[in-house]
Design a protein around this ligand. Structure first.
Ligand code: FAD
Length: 504
């Protein structure tokens, strides 16, 4: 690729008015269209040879007669559901994301201990929207967005290489007719020192891989001669911070792993391994009292120690709580909710309460043309009178579906190109109806609450039947038949043969 880049590295421009400009970088332009599509015009600067991150022209503005181009930022629940529903006979779609797959997050905790394999919860984007890898005007770019110029209808992107040092990153630009921002959210640390350094979040497949490797490493090291009893206890102390559904489900998975697999296959150290769940308030605060009590009893019965406390500091081998208690750990999983990413915060759009990108009832960013925000990164502006919706897959997915239908309607009415949808009737606004919540608590038990809120009437139950509903519901929600088959096979294999404990 280096030869390719030096071939096209002829000039640079520094673009102004990007919402998040990278003033230091240069912008190198291809002498011929980079992707067979109109390139940006450019002016040379003297900086070309001196910058480590170089910039290239990307896809230029579409012309009348071309298909309008929708640029989608992010391959999460919202972005993927949107792309799946978009009519690609009307639009070209270009997706920019640092990962080429969608993660089926509700089952991610199960991959940390080997109940499921990692590939069972990852759906490649090319399977969700095949056009992206086939049509001449549609692409997926493994990159992150670093700036948005809403006046020019341009996004600026930078490639990601995941630490591989075969290529330096470079930047390029994309013109859009319509922009869908589906950047998700990031784990909250509340500024607590040491969390990012020593804790592991549970949001991506690579996090689950890190957790599984560390857990198995600690199990094996604790079996080696020469290790003291104290060190063994520390190594095998798994601490989960955050008692929301993710923290609880992960604790349940861990306790299942300990009861069914560690006791059998790591019998020498089985008495040393423990799970502690630390929560500042109640666990599972979105569920009602009865279900919360059930979850507390169930977790305690499975050996999970529930601790009410606030983490003050995280060190390499111990956590310090507000009351001064020191909690030594070998594995720390941090799951205390999510908030907007620094990039979302840096975008100069009006913000909804909590710092998400402010949107109206049609999911538009109202202050600019042709920009929409869906999923965890967007929230209704206060002026809409609607609350900011919870950071849930069911919200993101339904917003993606709604927006795809809206775009198809706009496209059919001839409003697909930039600045051309002003007179289109947008129809009904997005309305969210909560379908209920579920959480597994381990030992074939789960909570299912199908009420719209804690106060309303409806089905809410806990136990084995709920666990069966939980599993069936998620099995049917897994995106493709291929992954549905993987998940079902993994569950059956785990049930018959136990979890895979090889540290690969
Ligand atoms: C372990 C876990 C379990 C969960 N369980 C449930 C559940 O049971 N039920 C439920 O309703 N919800 C659940 N959730 C929440 C749910 O997953 C999120 O609400 C949902 O993923 C939000 O979708 P999204 O598309 O907004 O964001 P995400 O799915 O987070 O996707 C964001 C995308 O943006 C990309 N991105 C980030 N920065 C950039 C950038 N600068 N440029 C380009 N792309 C970028 C990311 O790589 C990613 O592809 C769970 C979450 C987790 C982590």
């Amino acid at each position: 690729m280096a030869w390719f880049r030096s071939l096209i590295q002829v000039s640079a421009i520094a673009r102004s008015s990007l919402i998040k400009p990278r003033s230091k970088n240069t912008f190198h332009i291809a002498p011929t269209p980079l992707f067979g599509i109109a390139p940006f015009s450019s002016e040379p600067t003297l900086e070309t040879q001196t910058q480590s991150v170089t910039q290239f022209s990307g896809l230029g503005p579409t012309k009348t007669g071309d298909k309008p181009r929708v640029v989608v930022l992010g391959t999460g629940w919202a972005g993927c559901r949107f792309m799946k529903g978009l009519d690609t006979k009307i639009y070209d779609v270009v997706c920019v994301s640092p990962r080429n797959h969608m993660v089926f997050t509700p089952l991610l905790a199960s991959t940390c201990v080997g109940t499921l394999e990692f590939r069972s919860v990852a759906e490649p984007i090319g399977r969700i929207q095949p056009t992206i890898s086939q049509d001449p005007g549609s692409y997926f770019f493994l990159s992150k967005c670093i700036g948005i110029d809403t006046d020019e209808h341009v996004v600026q992107c930078e490639t990601v290489a995941d630490g591989a040092n075969t290529l330096d990153p470079w930047q390029f630009k994309l013109s859009y007719d319509k922009l869908v921002i589906a950047l998700g959210a990031e784990a909250l640390t509340f500024g607590i020192h040491g969390v990012k350094e020593y804790g592991i979040f549970l949001r991506e497949v690579h996090h689950a891989q890190e957790i599984r490797r560390k857990l198995l490493l600690n199990l094996m090291l604790s079996d080696v001669p020469g290790i003291s009893k104290e060190e063994k206890s520390r190594l095998l102390h798994c601490v989960v911070v955050g008692g929301g559904p993710t923290g609880v489900e992960f604790s349940g998975e861990l306790s299942d792993f300990i009861i069914k697999d560690v006791r059998q296959r790591y019998a020498h150290v089985k008495d040393y391994i423990h799970v502690t769940l630390i929560e500042a308030n109640e666990i599972l605060s979105s569920f009602d009292d009865r279900l919360r009590r059930y979850a507390t009893n169930q977790l305690t019965k499975s050996g999970v120690r529930l601790v009410r406390g606030i983490v003050k500091d995280v060190k390499a081998q111990k956590i310090i709580l507000n009351d001064g208690t020191e909690v030594p750990y070998g594995l720390l999983v941090w799951s205390t909710g999510v908030g907007p990413s620094p990039f979302v915060k840096s975008l100069e759009f009006p913000k909804a309460p909590g710092g998400r990108i402010g949107i109206d009832e049609w999911l538009r960013v109202p202050s600019v043309e042709d920009v929409y925000a869906i999923g965890d990164c967007g929230g209704f502006l206060e002026s809409t009178g609607k609350p900011v919706l919870p950071a849930l897959a069911q919200v993101a997915e339904r917003q993606g579906k709604y927006l795809a239908e809206l775009f198809n309607k706009i496209g059919e009415a001839g409003g697909g190109h930039a600045n051309s949808a002003k007179d289109v009737d947008y129809g009904k606004p997005f309305v969210y109806k909560h379908l209920g919540s579920m959480a597994s608590v381990g030992s074939f038990k789960a909570l299912v609450d199908l009420r719209q809120s804690k106060e309303t009437k409806g089905l809410s139950l806990a136990g084995f039947v709920s666990w069966f509903i939980w599993r069936s519901a998620y099995l049917t929600r897994v995106i493709s038949w291929r992954n549905r088959f993987y998940v079902a096979t993994n569950w059956a294999t785990t049930f018959v043969f136990g979890r895979d404990i090889s540290r690969i």
